[in-house]
Write a protein that binds this ligand. Structure first.
Ligand code: ADP
Ligand code: ADP
Length: 226
C-alpha cells in the first residue's frame, strides 16, 4: 500500500487560477519525500488537497488506502499537518495547544499528557510549556506546530515549507529531528523551494512548476544529473 496515491489531480480556484493541472504523485510508506518548486507552483494547494483543507476540482487522492472522497475521517487520522502559517491560539500555553489537539482526535487526556511531555522535550520546548505561544521565537513556533502535528501519532507528517524564516542552527536541529522520526517509521512529505533542504533530507523528490510535475525521481538520480 502507498502512503499517498494521487492521480490526475486538478485544482482551479474560483478566480480561474489553474493551480494544479493534472498531477500524479505516489509516495511509499516510510519515504522521506520532497515536493520542490518555486513560489506559486502549486505546493501549498497540493498539501491543502491532501489534508482536505482545499477542495479539489478533479482527480483522486488516497491516503494509506483511504480515499479523501469516501473515507475522509480515516484519511485525516493518518496525517499530521504542519502548515506554513502559525494557526494556533497565541494566548494558549504550549501545553494547552498540544494537549487540546490530541483531544480533537479522541486521545485520552492521560495519554495526551504523556505525549505532550515526550514531544515537547524532543523539540526542546518543554521548559516553555507553561508560556503563552505568542512569547515564542519563530523557530520555536515552527517546532510547536511539529509537536502538535504528532500528538495523534499519525503515520505521515506533511510539512509546508517547515524551515522558512528559521535560522540555520534551528533549521539543522529540525532536520535532525525529522530524520529521526522518519527512521522510526513515519512517512514524511515536505515542500520546499530550497534544493539544498531536499538534498539533506529526502530520498525521493517531485519537482512542480506551474501546476505540473516536471520531474519525479530519487534524490540520487536527480543529483547525478545536475
Ligand atoms: P476553494 O475553492 O478551495 O474554496 P477559494 O477559491 O474559495 O478556495 O479561495 C479561498 C479564498 O482565498 C478566497 O477568498 C480567495 O479570494 C482567496 N485568495 C484569492 N487569491 C489568493 C491567492 N493567490 N493566495 C491565497 N488566497 C487567495
Ligand atoms: P506554492 O505553495 O507552490 O507557492 P500555491 O499552491 O500557494 O503555490 O499557489 C498556486 C497558484 O494558485 C498560485 O498562482 C496562487 O496565486 C494560486 N492560489 C493559491 N491559493 C489560492 C486561493 N485560495 N485562491 C485563488 N488562487 C490561489
Amino acid at each position: 500500500m502507498k502512503a499517498l496515491d494521487i492521480s490526475g489531480l486538478t485544482k482551479t480556484y474560483k478566480g480561474g487560477t489553474q493551480a494544479l493541472k493534472g498531477i500524479d504523485l505516489h509516495v511509499n510508506e516510510g519515504d522521506f519525500f520532497a515536493l520542490l518548486g518555486p513560489n506559486g507552483a502549486g505546493k501549498s494547494t497540493t498539501i491543502g488537497v491532501i489534508s482536505s483543507l482545499v477542495n479539489k476540482s478533479s482527480g483522486t487522492v488516497n491516503v494509506f488506502g483511504h480515499s479523501v472522497d469516501d473515507d475522509l475521517v480515516a484519511a485525516k487520522s493518518c496525517i499530521g499537518l504542519v502548515p506554513q502559517e502559525f494557526n494556533f491560539n497565541q494566548f494558549e500555553t504550549l501545553h494547552q495547544i498540544v494537549v487540546n489537539q490530541a483531544g480533537y482526535y479522541g486521545v485520552p487526556r492521560n495519554i495526551a499528557k504523556k505525549r505532550a511531555e515526550k514531544y515537547l522535550k524532543q523539540l526542546d520546548l518543554w521548559e516553555k510549556r507553561n508560556e503563552p505561544a505568542r512569547e515564542l521565537s519563530g523557530g520555536m513556533k515552527r517546532r510547536l506546530m511539529i509537536a502538535r502535528a504528532l500528538m495523534h501519532e499519525p503515520k505521515m507528517l506533511i510539512l509546508d515549507e517547515p524551515t522558512a524564516g528559521v535560522d540555520i542552527e534551528i533549521r539543522r536541529s529540525m532536520w535532525t529531528f525529522l530524520k529521526e522520526i522518519n527512521q522510526q517509521g513515519i512517512t514524511i512529505i515536505l515542500t520546499t523551494h530550497y534544493l539544498e533542504e531536499a538534498e539533506m533530507l529526502c530520498r525521493n523528490i517531485a519537482i512542480i512548476d506551474k501546476g505540473i510535475i516536471v520531474e519525479n525521481t530519487s534524490m540520487k538520480a536527480l543529483l547525478s544529473k545536475l
